[in-house]
Design a protein around this ligand. Structure first.
Ligand code: ZN
Length: 286
């Protein structure tokens, strides 16, 4: 089975607040073990985390080996204070505070830097991202600083402005990437950015009752078209489900994400080879 290139081991797939409670006072190794076992059960041996604010991902590094999993982590994700990202990491106000957070990840043996540069999809609407997007020059500077410290960068980005800025600044991977244009994809291809589109974060919401189905359908249809365009443009993509997010369960979600690619691009050895290449590129950069 393929690896999982975007998971949050601290989340549980159904309730964020419960996940925080679980680990708040002390990291709950039993629950981490349950999540890791879910990957082991599916034959998943590579896992890249997207970070958390509670030290769960940090603790998981020492546990994953027991489940035969090669686990990579940014420890925490980094966001600019006042913007989206507090739920998975730490905030900064100034450039030097950001530099310190990057240096701290490096010193603690983090495998790469994860940054948040936009909000998340608002599933109650057909085409909306929550909150504000960071200014283009801030996105550029954040990527540049991490690269200067010798770290690759995983970028959470939604919306044309955020994705274009991250791709232009040579982000190593772009995560989610909803509501983008062909131009964004062309820049990704040109700059050899790997795209992890986390399709099941949308698809698994169909019929769940929490969001209007017509909005979810519309968001997914647009993502499907973007996947086809991305492939045609030569963008390298990889399997990452954002496991831990709502309705996205550890282990099974990775298999479902693979299913989305098969459904959209057509199943075959060529697809497997293509997706494996994406995973290998990610393994090499972290
Ligand atoms: Zn994530």
């Amino acid at each position: 089975m393929f690896g999982e290139c975007h998971a949050h081991i601290f989340m549980n797939g159904y309730n964020y607040r419960k996940a925080v409670e679980t680990h708040k006072d002390k990291v709950n190794e039993r629950i981490i073990g349950e999540h890791l076992a879910a990957y082991e059960k599916e034959g998943i041996t590579f896992l890249r985390d997207g970070g958390d604010a509670l030290g769960v991902s940090d603790a998981c590094r020492h546990l994953a080996k027991d489940y035969g999993i090669d686990y990579r982590t940014p420890i925490y994700a980094i966001h600019k204070t006042g913007y989206y990202g507090g739920i998975v990491g730490r905030g900064f106000h100034t450039r030097s505070e950001y530099e310190e957070l990057v240096a701290n990840v490096k010193a603690r043996g983090g495998d790469f830097i994860k940054i948040m540069v936009s909000g998340i999809v608002d599933f109650s609407k057909k085409r909306a991202v929550s909150g504000d997007t960071l200014p283009e020059h801030t996105i550029e500077t954040m990527i540049e600083i991490a690269h200067k410290q010798g770290m690759s960068v995983m970028v959470h980005a939604n919306g044309e402005i955020a994705v274009k800025a991250a791709a232009k600044a040579k982000a190593d991977t772009i995560e989610h990437g909803r509501f983008i244009t062909k131009e964004c994809l062309e820049i990704m291809a040109e700059n050899k950015v790997v795209w992890v589109p986390t399709l099941v974060t949308v698809k698994n919401l169909k019929g769940c009752g929490r969001f209007p189905d017509d909005a979810v359908e519309s968001i997914y249809s647009e993502a499907v078209e973007d996947i086809k365009t991305a492939y045609a443009c030569g963008v390298q993509m990889a399997i990452g489900s954002d496991a831990g997010a709502y309705q996205v369960y550890h282990g099974t979600a990775t298999v479902q994400e693979y299913g989305c690619f098969q459904e959209i691009l057509g199943a075959g050895d060529w697809l497997d080879a293509y997706l494996e290449k994406g995973e290998t590129r990610i393994q090499q950069m972290c």
